[in-house]
Design a protein around this ligand. Sequence first.
Ligand code: HEM
Length: 407
Amino acid sequence: MPPIGSERKVVFSDEVLQDPYPTYARMLEEGPLHFVDIGGQWAVWAVFGHADCSAIAKDPRLSAKRAQQMIITLPPSSQGEFTELARMLGLWLIFMDAPEHTRLRKLLNKGFAPAAVEGLRSQVEASVDRMLDPLKPGDEFELMKFANPMPVRIISEMLGIPQEMHDTFVSWSRAIALFRGNPNRTVEQARAAQDALINLTNYFRDTVADRRRNKGNDLISLLIDIEEEGEVMTEDELYAQCIALLFAGHETTRNLIGNGMYTLLKNPEQTAELRANPEMTRSAVEELLRFESPVQFTARVLKEDMEVCGQRIPKRWSVLCMLGAANRDPKQFKDPNQLNLKRTNNQHLAFSAGPHFCIGSQLARLEGQVAISKLVQRFPNMKLAGPKPEWASTFGFRGLKGLSVTL
Ligand code: HEM
């Protein structure tokens, strides 16, 4: 039961989504913990501060197993329809707890080790060049037509998936993002996500069977080795990791590029400085990750009754960590609402913290650095064109519906 007298705060609305930062600032000022409306009769506790988000993400008294929680806000009469959706999502690494999580994560780390990722730099550069070569300065261009497919290409190459599947993957991935990224999700969104997951599982069932006969250096072959070596993963879990990597590899990085370029275009002086000093690219990408974080929140479920920021919360309740707000916390960042591409000691939480810290962070950074620096260098006069861009209606995965520019 919701605590008596707790005022429900509105965060997850279309209006707030267009510019959540004044709301985050108010929440941070009013206190560390808020009871936040997530649609219908539902509300959950949410922490907004940097230290609290980081502590919750690291606390073993909270569980990452929350796939079931995602369907309880749907009307009770339709929940039975989505048991498969909850089951399939529950197999993803991100929704596992120790010791299963620790074992699988350790093995998967091999595929994402810094040296393995750095080794992809020239491949990523070549891929970005191929996509940008046909474009000329002065052209009118929809920048998301570049930001959208680019990470899909990279993660698909890592998984060894043919190019003709990319558009289909993007649409399946979108359906999952719309469901996962909205705490106030609808039955229609749940249906589309479940269909997408079933289609992706069927696709990977065939691909894995094929790859078993012809193993290579790709991530699917690594996952097959992990599965064959020990009792770490079932066949179903193997397909689930393929889907999770494809999804996570695309749905977030596209928004690092889109949100990042939008932010740069609104700050031409700092962008000019970045263009003149390419060695700033690394700190610039970290700042863009902080400033317009592609993942705005994550969640955990209490394994036991416990106190969070002085509030007793019963077990099985969820707590949201508002990463996008934590990244604007004045207790952690000087002038948090000021973009500073040269910011030092930028301990942002865009990749979360603790055992589930993003396994793809190095890859995302590499893709962001290559894409953003090539766009900035190739098109020194790039400008926003058309009406003000709108944010797409997924709170969790913050990204633009479109970004029209003159190159
Ligand atoms: C800018 C791009 C990215 C952002 C902002 C991002 C953000 C995140 C965040 C916030 C988490 C942790 C959520 C939590 O604590 O519950 C996470 C986990 C994860 N990410 Fe990323 N991510 C990005 C790119 C990628 C890429 C490129 C991949 C892989 C190809 C990837 C794969 C994963 C996986 C598998 C997990 C689960 C890790 C675990 O549970 O141990 N991510 N990501």
